[in-house]
Ligand binder design. Structure first.
Ligand code: HEM
Length: 412
């Protein structure tokens, strides 16, 4: 048997919550003790184990073995052909991986197909705003989540952000498709592959000297981190749409939440951590997301890279300025300041003053003639931004993208 190290002791234990006592080890962690009750979860009950000490033990051990035996490239090649939820797995996969995936691809018992169908209606109706909020609220916010920023920066994807974004956008695209979780959809495959990728990161990143130096943890992507990132997605998106007064019927809002609850489960998050309502989601987010947002050198560099990614469109003449202003408008001055997003004297006031009436006009809640006259000048620019954002997310569907088990870290 392998000599026990702190790392494999942590990974091996299924009852890692017992180690919650370690959480008082550093003051930063002590400030965010997990007190959220599993009664508010989709499971309705649970051990209440502190998710900062829970990872994904079965998947982690399996993927670590695959990487260590040098099987990851062959497995990735085989899994590339597995694209549809209902499709049989390719032959040739290691038997233990096959057994794991067969189990991991099963939807939870609490799945509500009517709600998933309704979620598609919502996605179709609100796709334009979802593209913008996934990109600028969730995507930019992820650079202000210290553990995620470091993990992304020092992992393989950190060396090629465009590729990384395209792959991540696949999940944002897949969840919004019709029959996303049905046999002819692709969302289950995307989630299971992402689960494998995360396990690969948990195995590889602790070996990166750069990550070791910067990180305040030994194993990345705990279940608590997963929920933090989850809140940067649906919880943050719903807050933005509500702030913009986009009309959303209660059943559509519920359905959108449900599609993300199912996604969380399929990504390997335990049911006892997945909130069962928006009220519970908001209360959990206030506990786990809001207090941890902060600047890191890695997050600042990633935010800068993201803002400049679209510069090829116009040689950087306008896009970084417009995208910077949009990010500031969505994230607020404090977070934008942490990320060193430059102030934009022209574009900042335009977003602040004209985006709300723009949404109101688009939604038929305000006549263009009653809106501030300047809106007529920028209306097409705003419209173009949401169109481009959607195109970018949709581009994930243009060619087969296969999320892979990483084999290296960012070499830089
Ligand atoms: C990979 C989504 C949570 C760090 C991925 C990928 C997706 C994804 C779709 C595959 C893209 C790719 O291979 O480049 C999600 C979702 C999450 C979540 C939906 C939560 C609901 C997290 C958290 C962290 C993290 C909490 C870190 C703290 C990473 C890293 C990779 C990755 C480092 C691999 C990048 C690479 O090797 O290139 N994630 N993720 N993710 N994720 Fe996550």
């Amino acid at each position: 048997m392998e000599k026990p190290s702190r790392r494999n002791v942590l990974v091996a234990g299924g009852t890692l919550g017992a180690l919650g006592a370690l959480s008082v080890a550093t003051p930063a962690q002590a400030s965010a003790l997990w007190t959220w009750s599993p009664k508010g979860s989709v499971a309705g009950a649970g051990e209440g184990a502190d998710p900062r000490w829970v990872w994904d033990p079965e998947c982690d051990a399996l993927v670590a073995g695959i990487i260590d035996r040098g099987e990851a490239p062959a497995v990735n090649k085989l899994l590339k052909t597995w694209t549809k939820n209902g499709q049989a797995l390719p032959s040739g996969l290691p038997a233990d991986l096959r057994a794991f995936i067969e189990n991991a691809r099963q939807l939870p018992s609490w799945v509500d197909r009517a709600k998933l169908a309704k979620a598609f209606e919502f996605n179709e109706k609100r796709g334009l705003y979802l593209g913008v909020t996934y990109g600028f609220a969730s995507g930019m916010m992820s650079t202000a989540i210290p553990k995620e920023a470091r993990a992304v920066y020092y992992s393989k994807g950190g060396a090629d952000m465009r590729d990384r974004i395209t792959k991540t956008a696949k999940l944002g695209y897949d969840i919004g498709t019709e029959r996303a979780f049905e046999p002819d959809g692709e969302m289950i495959v995307t989630c299971v592959k992402t689960r494998l990728a995360h396990s690969g990161v948990r195995h590889l990143l602790p070996k990166s000297p750069y990550w070791q130096k910067a990180a305040d943890e030994e194993i990345p992507i705990s279940q608590a981190d997963m929920m933090v990132t989850w809140h940067s997605l649906p919880t943050t998106v719903m807050k933005q749409l509500t702030k913009w007064k986009v009309p959303i019927p209660a059943d559509e809002s519920e359905a959108f939440l449900h599609s993300w609850q199912v996604t969380a489960h399929m990504l390997g998050i335990r049911d006892e951590y997945i909130p069962n309502s928006w009220a519970e989601a908001n209360s959990q987010a206030a506990q786990v997301l809001d207090p941890i947002l902060a600047a890191t050198p890695e997050g600042i560099k990633l935010a800068d890279t993201l803002l400049n990614l679209a510069s090829f469109i116009d040689l950087g003449l306008l896009t970084p300025h417009i995208l910077g202003a949009l990010s500031r408008y969505v994230l607020g001055d404090e977070i934008a300041g942490w990320l060193k997003i430059p102030r934009e004297p022209v574009w900042d006031p335009i977003f602040k003053n004209l985006w709300p009436p723009f949404v109101a006009v688009r939604e038929g809640l305000l006549e263009l003639t009653d809106a501030p006259p300047e809106l007529r000048t920028v209306y097409w620019i705003f419209d173009e931004i949401i169109r481009q954002a959607v195109l970018f997310v949709l581009s994930g569907a243009d060619y087969p993208i296969s999320i892979q088990i990483p084999t290296t870290n960012n070499p830089n």
